[in-house]
Unconditional design. Structure first.
Lengths: 227, 227
């Protein structure tokens, strides 16, 4: 079947996201530098985040809770309770950040809008994602917005079933091989990988898929030449 | 137009929710009782929650962050940082709670399922709500699940537009006058209020609407006699 629906990941595909997490981690390391070295904080934080992922899911609030938990685990009696206030502030600043669109995003969506059904398929906290979509001004280009709990094969399957889309009519565009590419190819859909310079450790994969329905682009704008 | 779609609120309409928040608040008061009286903790917590609502939205993770913030505001140097660990535990226990269905819920949904399109229209954290729906075993009765950021008139309007429903074909069933009843009546839809014994202060309204499309039931099962 001909391609009919293009789904876009949002964070680090349409707008900047992961660098804000990295910046916040750096701010946390700076806060703690008189007490603990960066690599120790980093190691514990990553472990706490992964442990909490099934309970908290993806998003800033879960990240805030994990930062707090990691700091307490490290601190013992070394830090006062008011130290946590600064972590709450770091998190609130993240929630308040403006949305920074990546290169040419609006032009690309405008060009594709009439020719395909465009979907936003993003992962994370519902309120965070809706707020970012609102601030981005991109809402008008999308026929449907889907905030997914996770992006496994079964999650894409249920999305396609619900929207009545065959995998062969469906293309996913995103920066994460693990979340945006591999599960969609497995279902028989098309997938376009647009790598972003910062990708969370948990989302990284070493192997680039070899697959007839897979393409890798260095810039999102390549979509316009490809389609 | 004849009634075609019935939307159910979930928390405290289909399953127990608010009492878990109240229980957790009581556990927090007990934790702090050697330092601060209950009414002081309660007052600050409520204020912090309302202030954070635009940023955090509804849900357990935002509640955890607000409990932490309230305790730090109160504490000064009086409490050690490890005190926060106990609040994280209280929150994690909430996230892990089993789902307790209210009376006759499954029987009611089974009876209505063939005659109407049933929708779950709930508010809060996407992951929390999906987890509860999964644990509840009620997913099979619903044609569509909508986790809403808020339940204002505009939120219901966009839900109806997206699902191609006229207000006059739509009935909302829920325990909150403010969130489930008033906005739906304002749009011209039907609304059935089933009060629950515990309602968060922020959701309370004094005036019972007088309206031809409004009904109040003491038990959800009254729906079966009404329809």
């Amino acid at each position: 079947m001909p391609l009919r629906v293009i789904a876009f990941d949002a964070d680090d595909t349409l707008w900047v996201n992961e660098p804000y997490f990295r910046d916040t981690e750096k701010a946390l390391y700076a806060l703690m530098q008189d007490h603990f070295p960066e690599d120790v904080v980093n190691e514990i934080l990553f472990k706490v985040e992964i442990d909490n992922l099934p309970l908290y899911g993806y998003g800033i609030k879960g990240f805030m809770l994990s930062m707090i938990e990691a700091v307490i685990q490290l601190s013992g009696q070394a830090l006062p309770i008011t130290f946590i206030e600064q972590i709450l502030l770091l998190g609130k600043n993240m929630l308040d950040k403006p949305v920074e669109l990546l290169d040419d995003v609006e032009e690309i969506l405008a060009a594709l809008q009439g020719r395909y059904r465009l979907i936003l398929a993003t992962k994370g906290d519902l309120l965070d994602q809706q707020r970012k979509l609102m601030k981005s001004g991109l809402g008008k280009y999308f026929h449907h917005i889907e905030v997914m709990i996770d992006k496994r094969e079964s999650d894409y399957q249920s999305l396609m079933t619900r929207l009545d889309i065959e995998p062969s009519e469906f293309m996913m565009v995103g920066n994460s091989l693990k979340s945006d590419i591999v599960p969609v190819l497995a279902l028989g859909g098309h997938a376009v990988h647009v790598p972003f310079h910062t990708t969370w450790l948990h989302e990284r994969m070493e192997d680039i898929p070899k697959h007839g329905k897979f393409r890798e682009l260095h810039r999102l704008k390549g979509l316009l030449h490809m389609l």
